[in-house]
Design a protein around this ligand. Structure first.
Ligand SMILES: Nc1nc2c(ncn2[C@@H]2O[C@H](COP(=O)(O)OP(=O)(O)OP(=O)(O)O)[C@@H](O)[C@H]2O)c(=O)[nH]1
Ligand SMILES: [Mg+2]
Length: 336
């Protein structure tokens, strides 16, 4: 999936620079993505390598189950996936490792496919559109905002960042740095200010300056910190009062390396602030990647973006087929 297909509400005329970039990406960066994602899939693929695919036995299904649970897929989803695999393997008389893994990748890809294809788009059709970015400390919120603003600017939108993380001393500076790298505006106040007030200013500024997408950075908080979760709900209300229907997106950033804990975070954040999508970061690290399946299966929240590195370019729209292949298969994906 290309970047211009990742958003709802973009002008259909893609700026020339972006078109060129996407073309280059299709040719060159795909390999890099594969390489980065490959690390996420690596642990799981390695695990599969230790399984002896020596005929279809109960032992084989058990080992596949173990591998999926090891990869953070979650027990319920694992059981469903392996049942389906057993069914398809028997119907199609699959026996070899390649056939079974191919089938498994297909099952997982279908499972990750949203019922409505529009569901995984990021809605930037509002004027301005407001994207609220939330999550636990250190998951990659600020970095993701930098990367997202970069893509939006490239696609002809005018992003404006709002530094509503007034809590951590260096947070405003960190976001300002991203804003200057991207070349977009930022609205900020002194550290310690009320985040809701900064957001209020930010939206007013976006309106008066004609910025198309307001991206709001928030302080990291544990899902167990009730006061901070209430603060987030307040920020959300303030946004909604200024622009009915906003925030148009509330993106929850989850660090893929934290495994199943990400599921619990997603649950609590979704209850507090109506999360519209998940950004899964650090898939280039030691993550095992299966948490994507658990979040989708158990919470039904679409995964919208994945972070595969620390550079401006290292954010990708989530593509279920590509992801499933990277998790299970050694092959290079088609089209690269
Ligand atoms: N390898 C890798 N590192 C990432 C990715 N996304 C973010 N990081 C790194 O994770 C660290 C934390 O990122 P931040 O963007 O500051 O995270 P945050 O959620 O804003 O953190 P707080 O504001 O403190 O809650 C930084 O060192 C980032 O470079 C990713 O996709 N891959
Ligand atoms: Mg931050």
């Amino acid at each position: 999936m290309d970047w211009h297909e990742a958003f709802k509400g973009l002008s259909s005329d893609l700026p020339a620079a972006a078109a060129e970039h996407e073309d280059e990406e299709r040719r060159g960066l795909f390999g890099r993505l594969r390489e980065n994602l490959g690390k996420a899939g690596g642990a799981l693929r390695e695990h599969f390598r230790t399984i002896l695919f020596d005929g279809i036995t109960d032992d084989l299904w058990e080992q596949i189950e173990e591998a999926l649970i090891f990869a953070d897929v979650g027990v319920e989803a694992t059981v469903r996936i392996v049942e389906q695999l057993e069914r398809e393997a028997s119907e199609q008389h699959l026996t070899s490792r390649d056939e079974l893994l191919g089938c498994l990748a297909g099952i997982v890809a279908r499972l990750l496919q949203p019922d409505d294809p529009d569901e995984r788009l990021i809605d930037v059709s509002g004027e301005p559109a407001v994207i609220l970015v939330v999550g636990v400390n250190g998951t990659g919120k600020t970095t993701t905002i930098g990367k997202l603003a970069f893509r939006l600017a490239e696609l002809g939108k005018t992003p404006l960042m709002v530094a509503a993380d007034t809590f951590r001393a260096a947070a405003v500076e960190q976001l300002s740095e991203w804003a200057s790298r991207v070349g977009c505006e930022i609205v900020r106040q002194a550290p310690g200010s009320d985040p809701a007030a900064v957001v209020y200013d930010g939206i007013a500024a976006a309106r008066s300056r004609g910025a198309g997408v307001v991206i709001v950075d928030t302080a990291g908080r544990l899902h167990t910190q009730v006061n901070l979760m209430n603060e987030l709900a307040k920020v959300r209300r303030v946004i909604g009062k200024q622009i009915p229907g906003a925030p148009h997106e509330t993106l929850l950033v989850i660090d893929a390396t934290t495994g199943q804990n990400g599921l619990r975070q997603a649950q609590v954040f979704a209850e507090a602030v109506a999360v519209t999508g998940v950004v899964l970061t650090k898939l280039d690290g030691s993550a095992k990647g299966g948490i994507v399946i658990a979040i989708r299966e158990e919470l039904g929240i679409p995964i919208k973006l994945i972070g595969v590195g620390e550079r401006l370019e290292d954010l990708r729209p989530f593509d279920p087929d590509e992801f499933a292949r990277a998790l299970f298969l050694d092959e290079t994906p088609a089209g690269s």
